[in-house]
Every structure is written in structure tokens, then in C-alpha cells.
Design a protein around this ligand. Structure first.
Ligand code: ATP
Ligand code: LTN
Length: 333
């Protein structure tokens, strides 16, 4: 809570082109808090460097991610939209929280295990302590809710544990946040392997539908999506490919699984896949148009970065100085 207002906080890494997984699992849900909550949505560039990035690409994607936030309907007058590295309190609080986080806790994080298997030549300390930086992001703003995809639930739960541990020693420091996982869209799977999460860092571009893919590409990718044996459109654990496509269709149309099964009864996979492709392309068209306008206005994006960082810093500074005081760091006035 900040004053009387509840707070929603989330972040997305500028580590690749954003996917419909990022959109349905996270960004699309940010907007619903805009009216009643105080909201902070961050482009987490410091998290992105836990795996090697090409500097020019990281810079470009930072602008793109901010433009996409706006294109997805996040009004900068109602939401604080900013870039993590422009608010130095994040890194400072992360250090402090490292001293309140256990080695064993970080070792259990499944994202760390997955990413260290994938980047075996670069298992750096930042990759390991990634969740304490994420906890700092969240706790600096006295956050109540964190809208994320299900893969981030474990990190938010660790953040809760860290906040509770800190509060036990230094009462009343942090609001303890809750993860909020969308009912549908919490985990969109890869189109090439429906047992794997759709991920922006996937090397196979056909496995992933990007928010900015053009209409033909979207339709082609869905046409090629791996489906299961049989020909029936049915939501079931033994049909992971079809079930994933049904989830995507349901997210974009609001239809229930039963309604979708009825709609495609007696029709084959081909017709179903085309419908999913067309529906997705239609739904993304408005976001794409708005995105192009936003991205073309570099000065506007930079003005927003500045304004967002100033807004965020005000709250971040307050929490950090409260923490430093509680810890016994000398404060000069
Ligand atoms: P990377 O591949 O670089 O790890 P990512 O695609 O997992 O990236 P993040 O920036 O780590 O994306 O995640 C941003 C938000 O999108 C998080 O809230 C995450 O839970 C959500 N998200 C990512 N992929 C999916 C997915 N396939 N389904 C639902 N939500 C997702
Ligand atoms: N770890 C998240 C990104 C992230 C985040 C956050 C999400 C960084 N800081 C704070 C919610 C709240 C991910 O998507 N991989």
C-alpha cells in the first residue's frame, strides 16, 4: 500500500521480441489495475543482462518494450512506466535483500536451474541472485499484487518470504505482495513442443508467435503448429497441442472450452488452426498499429522514460531510506 492506495507492480525483460505468451500471461492483465490501483510497470533491463545481450539490441528493445506497454493500452498518465536501470534504488535494495535471502532458497528456483542448463558457459552470480533483484523491484513500491504468468509464481513467493523475514526483524517495513495469475493465458506453450513454455528466447521462431508478427506469418505459424493424434478439437491432457491452441483461442475470444469444442465439432484441425490464426491476427492488429506510432516517436518515449523514472524514484527513495535507517546505516541530513 502507498498511502490509501493498493499497488500493482510487474516487469518484462527487454531480452527479445515479445510473444503472445508475454501478452496473454502478463501485459494484457496489467491494464485492469490502472483505474483502482497505483500501478508501476517496468522494463527490467538489469534482469536481462543475467544472460549475454548485444548492447545495441538491448537498447533498441528497451524502447520497443516501453512502446509496446503503451500500445497494449497502458496510459502513461495512469500508470508509471519506466526503465529499471534509471532508478538506482533497485540495485541498492537488491544488495540488502541478498543478505536476507538464503543460498538454499535461491538454489531451489526452477528458472535458475533451467537457465543454467541453457547457458552452461555463463552461470554467473547475477543469474543466481536474479530473484532478489526482482524482490527489490516489488518491495520498493510497497506492492500488493504482482500480475505475472505462472512461471514467475515461485519468484513472487520467494519475495514474500524475504519480505516476511525482513519484517519479522524490522516490523512494518514492507507490504507483503501476492502473485496474481490470470485464469486463462497463465502458460502459453510452444507451437513446436506443447510441453515447453512459449519463450521469447526460443531459437525456433516457428515455435513462437510474436506480438508484432504480420498477419500471414501468424496464420502460417498456427497452420504449422504441432497437434496431436486424432482429429477432434477437444481440451484434454492427452491433447496438449490442441489444448494449447484452444487456450489461445479462448483468451482472444472469451469463449469457454466447451463452446470451442461445440464450434469445431465435426470439423478438422485445419479449419480450427486457421480460425485460431485469423482470430489472433485480428486481435493483435490494433496493438501493432499503435505500436508503430509509439515507436516512431523516439523523443516521446525518452520523455516518458524520464517522467517514469522520476515518478518511480520518489517512492523508491522513500522505501530505501526507511530500510537503511532500520538496518543502522548512518543517515546524514
Ligand atoms: P525469456 O525467454 O527471456 O526468459 P520470457 O518469454 O519468459 O523471457 P519474461 O520477460 O521473463 O519473458 O516474462 C514477462 C512476463 O511474461 C512474465 O510475467 C512471465 O510470467 C510472462 N510469460 C512469459 N512467457 C509466458 C507464457 N508462455 N505464457 C504465459 N505467460 C508468460
Ligand atoms: N522475472 C520476471 C520479470 C520481472 C518481474 C519483476 C516481474 C522482473 N522484476 C517484478 C514482476 C515483478 C520475468 O518475467 N522473468
Amino acid at each position: 500500500m502507498l498511502g490509501e492506495q493498493k499497488v500493482s507492480y510487474s516487469g518484462v525483460q527487454p531480452s527479445g521480441n515479445l510473444t503472445i505468451g508475454n501478452y496473454l500471461g502478463a501485459i494484457r492483465n496489467f491494464k485492469e489495475y490502472s483505474e483502482q490501483y497505483k500501478t508501476f510497470y517496468c522494463v527490467v533491463d538489469q534482469h536481462a543482462i543475467t544472460v549475454r545481450q548485444i548492447p545495441a539490441e538491448l537498447r533498441r528493445r528497451t524502447y520497443e518494450t516501453l512502446a509496446l506497454y503503451m500500445a497494449c493500452g497502458l496510459d502513461p498518465e495512469k500508470n508509471t512506466l519506466y526503465v529499471q536501470s534509471m532508478v538506482h534504488e533497485h540495485a541498492e535494495l537488491a544488495w540488502i535483500l541478498n543478505c536476507f535471502t538464503m543460498f538454499g532458497e535461491l538454489s531451489r528456483m526452477t528458472q535458475f536451474k533451467d537457465k543454467s542448463a541453457k547457458h552452461a558457459d555463463n552461470i554467473n552470480a547475477g543469474l543466481f541472485t536474479y530473484p532478489t533483484l526482482m524482490a527489490a523491484d516489488i518491495l520498493l513500491y510497497q506492492t500488493d499484487v504482482v500480475p505475472v504468468g505462472i512461471d514467475q509464481k515461485q519468484h513472487v513467493e520467494l519475495c514474500r518470504d524475504i519480505a516476511e523475514r525482513f519484517n519479522q526483524i524490522h516490523p512494518g517495513t514492507f507490504t507483503v505482495p501476492e502473485p496474481v495469475i490470470a485464469k486463462s493465458g497463465m502458460k502459453i506453450m510452444s507451437l513446436a513442443d506443447p510441453t515447453k513454455k512459449m519463450s521469447k528466447s526460443d531459437e525456433n521462431a516457428n515455435a513462437v508467435v510474436y506480438i508484432l508478427d504480420d498477419r500471414d506469418t501468424i496464420i502460417r505459424k498456427f497452420k504449422r503448429a504441432v497437434t496431436d493424434s486424432g482429429s477432434e478439437v477437444r481440451y484434454s491432457p492427452d491433447k496438449p497441442g490442441v489444448s494449447n491452441l484452444m487456450s489461445i483461442y479462448s483468451c482472444f475470444t472469451g469463449k469457454s472450452m466447451e463452446e470451442i469444442e461445440r464450434e469445431f465439432e465435426g470439423k478438422g484441425y485445419g479449419e480450427f488452426k486457421l480460425a485460431v490464426g485469423e482470430t489472433t491476427a485480428d486481435a493483435l492488429a490494433a496493438v501493432q498499429n499503435e505500436y508503430k506510432l509509439r515507436l516512431a516517436d523516439k523523443a516521446g518515449l525518452e520523455a516518458q522514460m524520464k517522467k517514469g523514472a522520476e515518478e518511480a524514484s520518489y517512492y523508491a527513495r522513500r522505501t530505501l531510506s526507511k530500510v537503511q535507517k532500520k538496518l543502522g546505516f548512518v543517515q546524514l541530513h
